[in-house]
Design a protein around this ligand. Structure first.
Ligand code: SF4
Length: 356
């Protein structure tokens, strides 16, 4: 189980796709140090699951008590990772302190392979330091993953980003498919056909070169299976482009296709204590100031429906032969159609209707 705690919405960056609508000013209503510690304790005590707590933001480095909270997590045997923004606060010394605090890994964002593209999307001059942070983290043995949000602006840069990450020896690349929420409502998402091209292309990257994960694109589990079955699809401009731009040695042999990624349950706790199924699905389940996280987690009807996704989905996702390993993005269904159980509008697959 992944539990994201948005330590603060304050951030120096102004990314065009920011889910949190982050700005320089912090939310005056954010959890106090003691409330944050109570939350950490609750997370560590959720029965029957082994949670990974992700300190995210905004920029968690702006939280004065961040290292105190990490120490507290370590003291309570809570496995945690950190998702800092790359700013002047993320110095080499800070990276070392983060490692010493016991974090299992950090994730940093890279949205383009060039300063122009990356800095343009993040509206902050962070490209050069991001590359340095990756190098420094790897050299000090701090586990790192790189996150990229795919949108119209950078979809054709993906092969260059991949090459850069392979050169840097980054072990894990997490590719987020834009959800139009927060500031992301004015960013340009890729079309369903383009998303299929990207998923097929990502499915073909050898796990021996880099581990690829996707966020809000569970359809990759379908494309991996279809690839194994050698399902042919017409070549589009984008798929041809992605393939031609990619170093042939990065390709999977076809026999080392990764198994489907299991659906991992997530919870997201906002800086003010509101609990959501994920950071991209703004359906409030409750607030930890009013009710314990444990009760919210156990009693929420929305979570119950999401857990039993296969029985509750609507439209083609409800009868799709891949629903057990995919189920579509509930966040995208909500963002684009206002119904979190609706079919994922970014999926091009047309399953045969039942009873035919
Ligand atoms: S129809 Fe729904 S469940 Fe099937 S592959 Fe598409 S998104 Fe996934």
């Amino acid at each position: 189980m992944l539990v994201f705690y948005e330590t603060t919405t304050a951030c120096e960056l102004n990314c065009i796709h920011c889910r949190a609508n982050a700005s320089l000013d912090k939310d005056e209503n954010e959890l106090t140090t003691q409330e944050a510690k109570n939350l950490i304790l609750e997370i560590s005590n959720i029965e029957g699951v082994t949670p990974l707590l992700v300190f995210t933001g905004g920029n968690p480095m702006l939280r004065q008590d961040l290292f105190e909270l990490m120490e507290y997590s370590k003291h309570n045997h809570t496995n945690f990772s950190l998702s800092p923004a790359v700013t002047d606060l993320l110095t080499k010394d800070a990276l070392f302190k983060i490692k010493e605090a016991g974090t299992s890994s950090i994730s940093v964002s890279l949205d383009g392979s060039t300063p122009n593209l990356h800095n343009g999307i993040r509206r902050y001059d962070s490209f050069a330091r991001t590359i340095e942070v990756i190098r420094e983290a790897i050299s000090m043995g701090l586990r790192i993953q790189v996150n990229t949000t795919v949108m119209q602006q950078n979809v054709r840069d993906l092969p260059n980003i991949l090459s850069l990450l392979v050169d840097l020896k980054v072990p894990v690349w997490e590719v987020f498919f834009l959800i139009r929420t927060g500031r992301g409502t004015s960013a340009e998402e890729i079309s369903a056909v383009e998303a299929e091209d990207v998923n097929v292309w990502l499915s073909g990257i050898s796990p021996e070169i880099i581990t690829v994960r996707t966020v809000e694109s569970p359809m990759i589990n379908r494309t991996r299976i279809q690839r194994l079955g050698a399902v042919k699809r017409p070549n589009s401009n984008l798929s041809t482009f992605l393939e031609e731009m990619t170093d042939k040695t990065f390709a999977s042999s076809g026999f080392d296709v990764q198994t489907p990624t299991p659906r991992i349950e997530t919870l997201f706790i906002s800086s003010a204590g509101n609990v959501f199924p994920s950071g991209f699905l703004p359906l409030t389940l409750g607030n930890i100031r009013d009710k314990s996280l444990y009760r919210i987690y156990g009693e929420s009807p929305v979570l119950e429906k999401i857990r039993k996704t296969k029985d509750n989905l609507r439209g083609k996702c409800s009868y799709c032969d891949f629903r057990y390993i995919c189920g579509g993005s509930r966040a995208r269904a909500f963002a684009n159609l206002g119904d979190y159980l609706a079919p994922d509008p970014m999926c091009t697959y047309n399953p045969a209707p039942l009873n035919q």
